[in-house]
Structure formats: structure tokens, C-alpha cells
Design a protein around this ligand. Sequence first.
Ligand code: CTP
Length: 155
Amino acid sequence: MTTVLTYGTFDLFHIGHVRLLSRLAELGDELVVGVSTDEFNALKGKTSIISYADRAEIVSAVRHVDKVIPENGWEQKRQDLIDHGVDVFAMGSDWQGKFDDLSDLCEIRYLDRTDGISSTKLKEQLSDPVSLDVDRVREALDTLQQVVDNYRGLR
Ligand code: CTP
């Protein structure tokens, strides 16, 4: 059995998170996800909107995920890899190269992120609704442009 492990905050759970978890699950038979606790996020200088308990429950409910464990600090990874018999440790490409020192214990993989979305971006859009409108107008103009291009192609 191949066990895969990843870590993340998973605040304001979004499509980039689902796609990453789906691709991680394809790397093995069992997916373990370490969800960063509120205390650890504070240490990293991050604040999440959704509490640890709720983020852990949301990630547990994703069908690609078999087990959720708390991520309490930077130092636990080596022990987690041993405790959970991990074969593949994988993170999004924003962490490229950062965990290569664990390669004596298992395979290390970095997966491409989904473009255009992050918890940080969602928080910015929620706190600045005008930017959300600008994005919508831009999308509408792109669609209109495609319609015009198609029409020109037909003539
Ligand atoms: N992730 C991804 N694609 C995105 C956003 C996140 O694949 N568009 C991945 C990250 O690379 C990470 C995992 O999802 O491996 C959890 O990331 P997290 O930091 O919780 O998500 P972000 O949306 O990047 O949050 P933030 O903006 O706070 O960094």
C-alpha cells in the first residue's frame, strides 16, 4: 500500500485545494493530510478565517482524503513520515525544493498549483468587493470578444 502525506492550511476551501487533493490521491492508495492548527498559523504570521476544527472537518469530508492530522509545527514532519509509514511526501509547487532534506525517508513530490486562486486572493476579494466586480467585467468582456471573433470567423 502506498501512503501519501501533505500539509496545508486549507482556509476558505477552494477549487485549487480540491484539485490538489485529487491529484495527491492518485499518487497512492491512502492520503493523509496535515491541517495547520490556528496556533501554528499564528506562528507563521497567518490568520485563517475558518477555525482549525472546521477546516479539519471540511478536509476530512473530501472523498480523496483518508485521514486528517493536526500540523502543530515545522519540526513534526520527519516523525509523521515514520509514524504514518509514508511513501510519498507531496506539496504544491509553491514549496518547490523546500523539503528535499526528507528524501532519505520517502519520495518527495511537488505538484503544480491551480492558476488564479488562493485563500489570500479570496480574502482580498472579499475585503475589496470592487476588485471582484472588475474581475467579473473583465470575464464578461473576454466572453463578448470570443463571440465577436466567432462571428467574424463565420462571415
Ligand atoms: N494549492 C494549489 N493551488 C492553489 C492554491 C493552493 O494547488 N491555487 C495547494 C498549495 O500548493 C498547498 C495546498 O493547496 O499544497 C494547501 O495550500 P494553502 O496554503 O492552504 O492554500 P492557498 O490557497 O495557497 O493559501 P494562502 O493564500 O493562504 O497561501
